[in-house]
Design a protein around this ligand. Sequence first.
Ligand SMILES: *Cc1c(COP(=O)(O)O)cnc(C)c1O
Ligand SMILES: [Zn+2]
Length: 416
Amino acid sequence: MEYVKNLKCTNCGETYEAIPDKYLCDKCGDKGILDVQYNYEKIKKEWSKKDLDKNQEQSIWRYLPLIPIEKESKRPKLRIGHTPLYHSKEMGEKLGLNNLIIKDDGLNPTGSLKDRASAIAAVKAREANADTVACSSTGNAASSLAGNIAAMEEEMNAIIFVPKRAPAGKVAQLLIYGAEVVSVQDSYEAAYYLSDDAIKKWGWYNRNAAINPYLVEGKKTAVLEMAEQLKWEMPDWVVFSVGDGCTIAGAYKGLYDLKQIGFTDRIPKLLGVQAEGCAPITKAFRTGNDLEVTEENTLADSIAVGSPRNFNKALNAVKNSHGEMVNVSDNSILKMMKTLGSTTGIFGEPAGVTGLAGIKKAVKKGIISRDESVAVVITGNGLKDTSNARKAAGDLIEIEADIDKLEQVFGEKGVI
Ligand SMILES: *Cc1c(COP(=O)(O)O)cnc(C)c1O
Ligand SMILES: [Zn+2]
């Protein structure tokens, strides 16, 4: 890791050597979330946009100088990242925007942005000589960890703790990828604490993103990629849905890195979007008070995090970017799934389209204006949760195989 200086506590500033299984600050405990520090001067000297132009690697590993792994470490044999970016005029029009950019991260190998972090977790676990990696997750972190561990071509195991409500598609993925799955008959928070106890008891590698300082470094590759795809012309806003807060924190880190090494000249405003039924970070953002644990009352399961552990990093990300936070209803999330799918052909899961629903609200509230450019990341694939999708999707025609009946129904529905 020739460009990594150390790990720095975001609470007290203490620094630590960047060893693969260092998680929290020794002095600050749970509050002592660590942040990877880079030698930007050295990166600036030794890495250029031209180097990137010549680089044939089509995955997150093209950004290796800004990724905290050893160059020679074994990596999962999957194409992580390199997801497409679209300029969608029609979708922009529906949201009241002239310039909307959509990055579809549901096209990662296991169907969500979490692959960017799980790939790092798999590598770091190997660097730490651990053969078992564990995490608790509302679903996507788990399924992506399981997939990335399976792709390591090593004898490695994933042990996963999911809450009772994890959608069937995600649980099916876990089992297919060969993980040991523990379904905790309780909330995400309960699953988190059980995984934490088990990790301590058995000494497994910890893939809980809020604790492990390396994982946000994987998540940030979504914006590194976005910036390169936009030829380093940054939009006015970058939008993410927010659960634990690691994704938006990672986005800020990536945008910050790019500015530090001179690849971009400014950091866009970040819009963080939560579901109304579970919005503790938005509340803390608005009131300036300490975070209050809330219920997890939304169908957007991937962001139903009542007790987010990385809220400080998330709050700092939004504040430092001069951004905003908004909440959206489950109903508007479901509607947005249908609007996005039928307008663009992109199928997002509920948390995957929450950012878009947030844009609509932010435009209505005057936070974002029509002529500002806005980039949003669809964070997860709709096929993971088809039962919620069907609530949003509308009715189909059920009929016997009879052309006359078909003609009659088509007539009634105005299809022909
Ligand atoms: C995890 C996840 C998020 C939110 O990321 P956090 O780091 O929890 O804030 C958003 N959308 C999807 C699909 C996710 O899986
Ligand atoms: Zn500390």
